[in-house]
Design a protein around this ligand. Structure first.
Ligand code: PLP
Length: 302
Protein backbone atom coordinates (compact mmCIF):
# COMPACT_ATOMS: atom_id res chain seq x y z
CA UNK A 1 0.00 0.00 0.00
CA UNK A 2 1.29 3.45 -0.89
CA UNK A 3 2.39 5.26 2.33
CA UNK A 4 0.94 8.45 0.81
CA UNK A 5 -2.53 7.07 1.49
CA UNK A 6 -1.96 7.23 5.27
CA UNK A 7 -3.00 10.46 6.95
CA UNK A 8 -1.86 10.78 10.58
CA UNK A 9 -4.59 12.45 12.64
CA UNK A 10 -5.38 13.73 16.13
CA UNK A 11 -6.95 10.47 17.28
CA UNK A 12 -9.43 8.49 15.24
CA UNK A 13 -11.92 11.23 16.20
CA UNK A 14 -10.13 13.58 13.81
CA UNK A 15 -9.92 10.82 11.18
CA UNK A 16 -13.69 10.28 11.39
CA UNK A 17 -14.35 14.00 11.29
CA UNK A 18 -12.09 14.56 8.27
CA UNK A 19 -13.60 11.65 6.35
CA UNK A 20 -17.14 12.74 7.05
CA UNK A 21 -16.30 16.37 6.27
CA UNK A 22 -14.97 15.20 2.91
CA UNK A 23 -18.04 13.13 2.09
CA UNK A 24 -21.05 14.82 3.64
CA UNK A 25 -22.83 17.81 2.15
CA UNK A 26 -26.05 19.29 3.49
CA UNK A 27 -28.84 16.67 3.74
CA UNK A 28 -26.61 13.79 2.67
CA UNK A 29 -27.25 10.63 4.64
CA UNK A 30 -24.75 8.28 6.25
CA UNK A 31 -25.90 4.84 7.41
CA UNK A 32 -24.77 3.81 10.90
CA UNK A 33 -25.52 0.88 13.17
CA UNK A 34 -27.90 1.56 16.05
CA UNK A 35 -26.51 0.90 18.67
CA UNK A 36 -23.17 2.48 17.77
CA UNK A 37 -20.49 4.95 18.82
CA UNK A 38 -22.48 8.15 19.51
CA UNK A 39 -20.00 10.75 18.23
CA UNK A 40 -20.42 9.57 14.64
CA UNK A 41 -24.00 10.77 14.43
CA UNK A 42 -22.94 14.05 16.04
CA UNK A 43 -20.20 14.53 13.44
CA UNK A 44 -22.71 13.99 10.63
CA UNK A 45 -25.17 16.40 12.23
CA UNK A 46 -22.46 19.04 12.69
CA UNK A 47 -21.86 18.81 8.95
CA UNK A 48 -25.59 19.37 8.26
CA UNK A 49 -26.01 15.81 7.07
CA UNK A 50 -28.33 13.17 8.42
CA UNK A 51 -27.11 10.13 10.33
CA UNK A 52 -29.50 7.25 9.63
CA UNK A 53 -29.39 4.77 12.51
CA UNK A 54 -30.19 1.28 11.23
CA UNK A 55 -31.48 -1.02 13.97
CA UNK A 56 -29.15 -3.98 14.46
CA UNK A 57 -29.40 -6.96 16.81
CA UNK A 58 -28.09 -10.47 17.36
CA UNK A 59 -29.27 -11.63 13.88
CA UNK A 60 -26.52 -9.59 12.22
CA UNK A 61 -23.96 -9.77 15.05
CA UNK A 62 -25.14 -6.29 16.17
CA UNK A 63 -23.60 -4.93 12.97
CA UNK A 64 -24.73 -3.57 9.62
CA UNK A 65 -24.74 -6.25 6.94
CA UNK A 66 -25.12 -6.05 3.16
CA UNK A 67 -28.88 -6.72 3.31
CA UNK A 68 -29.53 -4.02 5.90
CA UNK A 69 -27.43 -1.53 3.93
CA UNK A 70 -29.26 -2.33 0.67
CA UNK A 71 -32.61 -1.90 2.39
CA UNK A 72 -31.73 1.41 4.04
CA UNK A 73 -30.00 2.93 0.99
CA UNK A 74 -31.93 5.85 -0.50
CA UNK A 75 -31.42 8.67 -3.02
CA UNK A 76 -29.69 10.88 -0.42
CA UNK A 77 -27.39 8.16 0.98
CA UNK A 78 -23.73 9.02 0.56
CA UNK A 79 -22.18 6.11 2.39
CA UNK A 80 -22.09 3.73 5.35
CA UNK A 81 -19.91 3.65 8.45
CA UNK A 82 -19.01 0.46 10.27
CA UNK A 83 -16.98 -0.05 13.42
CA UNK A 84 -15.56 -3.56 13.73
CA UNK A 85 -15.18 -4.55 16.56
CA UNK A 86 -17.92 -2.20 17.68
CA UNK A 87 -18.44 0.11 20.61
CA UNK A 88 -20.78 -0.70 22.46
CA UNK A 89 -21.21 -4.36 21.44
CA UNK A 90 -17.64 -5.67 20.95
CA UNK A 91 -18.90 -7.66 17.94
CA UNK A 92 -17.22 -7.78 14.54
CA UNK A 93 -18.35 -7.93 10.92
CA UNK A 94 -17.23 -11.31 9.51
CA UNK A 95 -14.74 -10.87 6.67
CA UNK A 96 -17.04 -12.44 4.05
CA UNK A 97 -19.86 -10.12 5.09
CA UNK A 98 -17.48 -7.18 4.86
CA UNK A 99 -16.68 -8.27 1.31
CA UNK A 100 -20.40 -8.21 0.46
CA UNK A 101 -20.74 -4.79 2.08
CA UNK A 102 -17.81 -3.44 0.07
CA UNK A 103 -19.40 -4.55 -3.18
CA UNK A 104 -22.90 -3.34 -2.38
CA UNK A 105 -21.69 0.11 -1.35
CA UNK A 106 -19.46 0.37 -4.39
CA UNK A 107 -22.30 -0.79 -6.70
CA UNK A 108 -24.31 2.16 -5.40
CA UNK A 109 -21.46 4.59 -5.95
CA UNK A 110 -21.21 5.27 -2.21
CA UNK A 111 -18.34 5.50 0.25
CA UNK A 112 -17.55 2.95 2.95
CA UNK A 113 -15.85 4.00 6.18
CA UNK A 114 -14.51 1.23 8.41
CA UNK A 115 -13.47 2.18 11.94
CA UNK A 116 -10.92 -0.44 13.05
CA UNK A 117 -9.96 1.25 16.31
CA UNK A 118 -10.56 -1.99 18.29
CA UNK A 119 -9.19 -4.39 15.65
CA UNK A 120 -5.91 -4.95 17.54
CA UNK A 121 -8.00 -6.13 20.50
CA UNK A 122 -9.44 -9.19 18.75
CA UNK A 123 -9.72 -12.42 20.75
CA UNK A 124 -11.10 -15.29 18.70
CA UNK A 125 -9.53 -14.86 15.30
CA UNK A 126 -6.52 -13.16 13.80
CA UNK A 127 -7.54 -9.56 13.03
CA UNK A 128 -8.13 -8.88 9.33
CA UNK A 129 -8.29 -5.33 8.10
CA UNK A 130 -10.84 -4.24 5.51
CA UNK A 131 -7.86 -2.83 3.60
CA UNK A 132 -7.28 -6.33 2.24
CA UNK A 133 -10.61 -6.11 0.38
CA UNK A 134 -10.37 -2.86 -1.58
CA UNK A 135 -8.32 0.28 -2.15
CA UNK A 136 -11.49 2.32 -2.36
CA UNK A 137 -12.27 2.49 1.37
CA UNK A 138 -11.69 4.86 4.25
CA UNK A 139 -10.12 2.78 7.02
CA UNK A 140 -9.62 4.42 10.38
CA UNK A 141 -7.58 3.47 13.43
CA UNK A 142 -5.88 4.94 16.46
CA UNK A 143 -3.18 4.71 19.09
CA UNK A 144 -5.88 5.06 21.77
CA UNK A 145 -6.95 1.45 22.33
CA UNK A 146 -4.52 -1.38 21.47
CA UNK A 147 -1.55 0.97 21.94
CA UNK A 148 -3.01 2.46 25.15
CA UNK A 149 -2.09 6.08 24.25
CA UNK A 150 -5.57 7.60 24.54
CA UNK A 151 -4.50 10.97 25.92
CA UNK A 152 -1.79 11.46 23.28
CA UNK A 153 -4.50 12.11 20.66
CA UNK A 154 -3.02 10.21 17.77
CA UNK A 155 -4.70 8.13 15.09
CA UNK A 156 -4.67 7.55 11.37
CA UNK A 157 -6.74 7.19 8.28
CA UNK A 158 -6.04 5.22 5.11
CA UNK A 159 -7.89 6.94 2.29
CA UNK A 160 -8.31 6.27 -1.43
CA UNK A 161 -5.42 8.04 -3.14
CA UNK A 162 -7.60 10.50 -5.07
CA UNK A 163 -8.99 11.95 -1.80
CA UNK A 164 -5.76 12.42 0.15
CA UNK A 165 -5.03 15.98 -0.98
CA UNK A 166 -8.53 17.19 -0.05
CA UNK A 167 -8.26 15.50 3.35
CA UNK A 168 -4.93 17.28 3.93
CA UNK A 169 -6.58 20.60 3.07
CA UNK A 170 -9.42 19.92 5.50
CA UNK A 171 -6.96 18.97 8.27
CA UNK A 172 -4.92 22.09 7.63
CA UNK A 173 -8.02 24.21 8.12
CA UNK A 174 -9.66 22.31 10.99
CA UNK A 175 -6.76 21.60 13.35
CA UNK A 176 -3.50 21.79 11.29
CA UNK A 177 -1.81 18.59 12.49
CA UNK A 178 -1.56 16.04 15.26
CA UNK A 179 1.02 16.91 17.96
CA UNK A 180 4.64 16.27 16.96
CA UNK A 181 5.45 15.10 20.50
CA UNK A 182 2.83 12.38 20.26
CA UNK A 183 4.05 11.26 16.86
CA UNK A 184 7.58 10.87 18.19
CA UNK A 185 6.36 9.02 21.31
CA UNK A 186 4.25 6.65 19.22
CA UNK A 187 7.34 5.41 17.38
CA UNK A 188 8.11 3.44 20.56
CA UNK A 189 4.92 1.41 19.98
CA UNK A 190 6.64 -0.56 17.26
CA UNK A 191 9.67 -1.68 19.29
CA UNK A 192 9.69 -5.41 20.03
CA UNK A 193 9.62 -4.83 23.81
CA UNK A 194 6.56 -2.60 23.51
CA UNK A 195 4.79 -5.03 21.21
CA UNK A 196 5.36 -7.80 23.79
CA UNK A 197 3.75 -5.64 26.50
CA UNK A 198 0.80 -4.81 24.23
CA UNK A 199 0.28 -8.45 23.36
CA UNK A 200 0.27 -9.40 27.06
CA UNK A 201 -2.26 -6.64 27.64
CA UNK A 202 -4.47 -7.99 24.84
CA UNK A 203 -4.41 -11.43 26.48
CA UNK A 204 -5.35 -9.80 29.79
CA UNK A 205 -8.39 -8.18 28.14
CA UNK A 206 -9.33 -11.56 26.71
CA UNK A 207 -9.12 -13.13 30.19
CA UNK A 208 -11.41 -10.37 31.51
CA UNK A 209 -13.92 -10.99 28.73
CA UNK A 210 -13.79 -14.73 29.35
CA UNK A 211 -14.58 -14.09 33.03
CA UNK A 212 -17.17 -11.35 32.63
CA UNK A 213 -19.46 -12.68 29.88
CA UNK A 214 -20.38 -15.98 31.61
CA UNK A 215 -20.52 -14.20 35.00
CA UNK A 216 -23.06 -11.68 33.67
CA UNK A 217 -25.08 -14.44 32.01
CA UNK A 218 -25.19 -16.23 35.39
CA UNK A 219 -26.54 -13.06 36.97
CA UNK A 220 -29.45 -13.07 34.49
CA UNK A 221 -28.23 -10.70 31.76
CA UNK A 222 -29.01 -11.88 28.25
CA UNK A 223 -25.92 -11.77 26.00
CA UNK A 224 -26.85 -13.64 22.83
CA UNK A 225 -23.54 -12.98 21.05
CA UNK A 226 -20.19 -13.29 22.80
CA UNK A 227 -18.22 -10.14 21.98
CA UNK A 228 -15.18 -10.89 19.81
CA UNK A 229 -13.07 -7.81 20.51
CA UNK A 230 -12.69 -4.40 22.13
CA UNK A 231 -13.50 -4.16 25.83
CA UNK A 232 -17.27 -3.98 26.03
CA UNK A 233 -20.17 -6.29 26.76
CA UNK A 234 -23.61 -5.20 25.57
CA UNK A 235 -26.20 -6.94 27.70
CA UNK A 236 -29.99 -7.11 27.71
CA UNK A 237 -31.15 -6.18 31.21
CA UNK A 238 -34.91 -6.21 30.54
CA UNK A 239 -35.40 -9.16 32.88
CA UNK A 240 -34.70 -6.83 35.83
CA UNK A 241 -37.97 -5.01 35.31
CA UNK A 242 -36.94 -1.38 34.77
CA UNK A 243 -35.60 0.73 31.93
CA UNK A 244 -31.85 0.60 31.52
CA UNK A 245 -31.20 4.19 32.59
CA UNK A 246 -32.99 3.70 35.90
CA UNK A 247 -31.34 0.30 36.28
CA UNK A 248 -27.87 1.90 35.90
CA UNK A 249 -28.65 4.60 38.48
CA UNK A 250 -30.10 2.15 40.99
CA UNK A 251 -27.21 -0.29 40.54
CA UNK A 252 -24.70 2.53 41.02
CA UNK A 253 -26.41 3.78 44.17
CA UNK A 254 -26.89 0.33 45.67
CA UNK A 255 -23.56 -1.30 44.74
CA UNK A 256 -21.10 1.35 43.51
CA UNK A 257 -20.80 -0.59 40.22
CA UNK A 258 -20.92 1.70 37.16
CA UNK A 259 -22.09 0.72 33.69
CA UNK A 260 -23.69 2.67 30.85
CA UNK A 261 -27.33 2.76 29.71
CA UNK A 262 -28.17 1.89 26.09
CA UNK A 263 -29.53 5.38 25.39
CA UNK A 264 -25.94 6.63 25.05
CA UNK A 265 -25.55 4.52 21.89
CA UNK A 266 -28.79 4.99 19.97
CA UNK A 267 -32.51 4.34 20.18
CA UNK A 268 -33.05 0.75 19.11
CA UNK A 269 -34.06 -1.22 22.24
CA UNK A 270 -31.84 1.21 24.15
CA UNK A 271 -33.97 1.01 27.29
CA UNK A 272 -33.42 -2.76 27.42
CA UNK A 273 -29.61 -2.70 27.22
CA UNK A 274 -26.56 -1.68 29.20
CA UNK A 275 -22.88 -1.62 28.28
CA UNK A 276 -20.23 -2.99 30.61
CA UNK A 277 -16.60 -1.92 30.05
CA UNK A 278 -13.88 -4.32 31.24
CA UNK A 279 -11.19 -1.66 31.39
CA UNK A 280 -10.49 -2.43 35.05
CA UNK A 281 -8.45 -5.28 36.50
CA UNK A 282 -9.89 -8.75 36.95
CA UNK A 283 -10.00 -8.50 40.78
CA UNK A 284 -12.25 -5.43 40.57
CA UNK A 285 -14.45 -7.06 37.94
CA UNK A 286 -14.90 -10.04 40.28
CA UNK A 287 -15.81 -7.68 43.12
CA UNK A 288 -18.33 -5.85 40.89
CA UNK A 289 -19.98 -9.12 39.90
CA UNK A 290 -20.10 -10.19 43.58
CA UNK A 291 -21.82 -6.94 44.55
CA UNK A 292 -24.35 -7.25 41.72
CA UNK A 293 -25.01 -10.86 42.76
CA UNK A 294 -25.81 -9.63 46.29
CA UNK A 295 -28.06 -6.82 45.08
CA UNK A 296 -30.03 -8.25 42.14
CA UNK A 297 -32.13 -10.70 44.26
CA UNK A 298 -33.44 -7.70 46.23
CA UNK A 299 -35.28 -6.62 43.06
CA UNK A 300 -37.57 -9.55 43.77
CA UNK A 301 -37.48 -11.12 40.32
CA UNK A 302 -37.33 -14.81 39.55
C1 PLP B 1 -15.66 3.10 17.99
C2 PLP B 1 -14.82 4.28 18.38
N1 PLP B 1 -14.32 5.06 17.41
C3 PLP B 1 -13.57 6.14 17.71
C4 PLP B 1 -13.30 6.50 19.02
C5 PLP B 1 -12.45 7.74 19.28
O1 PLP B 1 -11.19 7.41 19.76
P1 PLP B 1 -9.85 8.32 19.62
O2 PLP B 1 -10.26 9.64 19.07
O3 PLP B 1 -9.30 8.40 21.00
O4 PLP B 1 -8.94 7.59 18.69
C6 PLP B 1 -13.79 5.70 20.07
C7 PLP B 1 -13.51 6.07 21.47
O5 PLP B 1 -13.97 5.49 22.41
C8 PLP B 1 -14.58 4.57 19.73
O6 PLP B 1 -15.09 3.78 20.69
Amino acid sequence: MAPDRIVVTAGSSAALLLTLALLVNRDDQILLADPGYPCNRHFVRTLEGEAVGVAVGPDSNYQLDAGLIAEAWGPRTRGALIASPSNPTGTTVPHDELRRIVSIVSARGGALIVDEIYLGLSYDAKPRSALALSDDLFVISSFSKYFNMTGWRLGWLVAPERHVRDIEKLAQNLYISPPTLSQRAALACFLPDTLAILEARRREFQARRDFLVPALRNLGFDIPITPQGGFFVYADCSRFGMDSERFCVEALQATGVAFTPGIDFGRHRADAHVRFAYTIELGKLREGVRRLADWLPSLGLG
